[in-house]
Design a binder for this molecule. Structure first.
Ligand SMILES: C[S@@+](CC[C@H](N)C(=O)[O-])C[C@H]1O[C@@H](n2cnc3c(N)ncnc32)[C@H](O)[C@@H]1O
Length: 199
């Protein structure tokens, strides 16, 4: 796999997010923050640069963890409560009111994601998942998949556009709680991404 560490520099990541998503990025974080409410402990596995933190109500307590030490360092420099951890390991989790998985599911991969959903279910009453479906046509273009997999790759190296859910598949699985989360749900589409709130 080709790695471009520059793309995973937290500042480059932030710029890339704003270019790709524009105003929808803010809209999604604001929506998620409204779903969370006030006085809540919020845990974000795969927190990246911790963008969510600044959108939360000030009465909330934000905790994040990420497998990539450069993001952890960046968050700590910003004064955020973030540590190194693996979303597939129970010891990385803390009890929280809400767990948010923002653009993380496709980084974990279809093979391992159930383990993560089970852990989220165990550690929080409410789970919020935001994901972008893979465009059906682009998913079938080998050259596009190749470029996407380089650009969107993380240090774990599990991102594979060809295996990601299309819009239809994502919606079906969100409605089924990915076969794990049996809670009341609300689904909202903002820009190209779907946000599901369980609980
Ligand atoms: C697309 S970024 C999303 C970052 C952040 N949630 C946001 O809203 O911008 C995916 C993040 O998941 C992290 N990640 C991938 N696999 C992980 C794992 N097993 N445990 C924890 N973090 C992981 C990556 O390092 C990366 O920071």
């Amino acid at each position: 796999m080709i790695k471009i560490p520059l793309l995973w520099h937290p500042r480059v990541y932030n710029i890339r997010m704003w270019i790709l998503h524009g105003r929808n990025l803010r809209k999604r974080y604001e929506y998620i923050s409204r779903q969370i409410g006030k006085n809540k402990v919020v845990l974000e596995p795969g927190c990246g640069p911790g963008l969510l933190a600044k959108y939360l109500d000030p009465s909330c307590k934000y905790i994040g963890f990420d497998i990539d030490p450069s993001f952890v360092k960046h968050c700590k420099r910003k004064g955020l409560n973030v540590y190194k951890g693996d979303a597939l390991t129970a010891k990385s989790y803390k009890k929280a009111d809400v767990i948010v998985l923002y653009d993380v599911v496709h980084h974990i991969g279809r093979k391992d994601e159930k383990k993560m959903f089970k852990l989220c279910n165990k550690f929080a009453k409410k789970i919020i998942i935001c994901e972008q479906p893979a465009p059906e046509l682009l998913k079938r273009m080998k050259w596009y998949v190749w470029i996407f997999n380089i650009i969107d790759q993380d240090k774990k190296g599990k991102v594979n556009l060809a295996l990601q859910r299309t819009e239809k598949e994502l919606l079906k699985d969100m409605k089924k709680g990915f076969g794990i989360v049996k809670k009341k749900k609300r689904i909202k589409k903002i820009g190209k991404e779907f946000i599901v709130t369980y609980g």
